[in-house]
Design a protein around this ligand. Sequence first.
Ligand SMILES: [Fe+2]
Ligand SMILES: [Fe+2]
Length: 203
Amino acid sequence: MQTPSLNLNRQEFGDPKNTGQVLTLSEAHDLLNDWVLNDRLKVHMKQVGHLMKAYALSIGLDSTAAHKWHLAGLLHDADWDQWPDQHCRKIIEELEARAIDAEIIRAIACHGPRYFGVDPRTPMDKMLYAFDELSGLVHAYSLMRPEGYAGMEVKGVKKRLKDKTFAAQVSREDIDDAAQRAEISVDELIAFVVAHQGSTDLA
Ligand SMILES: [Fe+2]
Ligand SMILES: [Fe+2]
């Protein structure tokens, strides 16, 4: 899906003086709706945003911090639909032009270390990378189950992970790498995604 030319060739993003500057949820949705025409991609971005917010709250962060996590998830693929060869440079530059909090921009810049050449450093960076691919695989699994998310078990997801032909575009290597970097087991990650993604309010 992505090529090595996506390397961002830099390690610093945003300006520390913009700390605390965020988009409102409705501003973020406006950007998402302007830039992303593909409904499946919109669902993916909303799901990852929801997981990020839920995870931030689950580790005891306050709602201000959780909102930043939410925005990073919600916007991480904003340029993928229309400008795949500029992914994720274009959204980074847009958020820098809008003087948005550097932590959000950095998290987006490291959601694919193999492609963008930026290593996740903060918990927000690491969890965005960790949720990205797994979220898609779990969603694909829910679509093939008559019950959707209801009654979904970790072991069912693991079976699909092992079957390389299932959702073949999902990088198993990235999921393992991300879990290791986040120091969380793949089982725990799956359990979190299953528990929270099924209840995603996509509004
Ligand atoms: Fe991406
Ligand atoms: Fe993504």
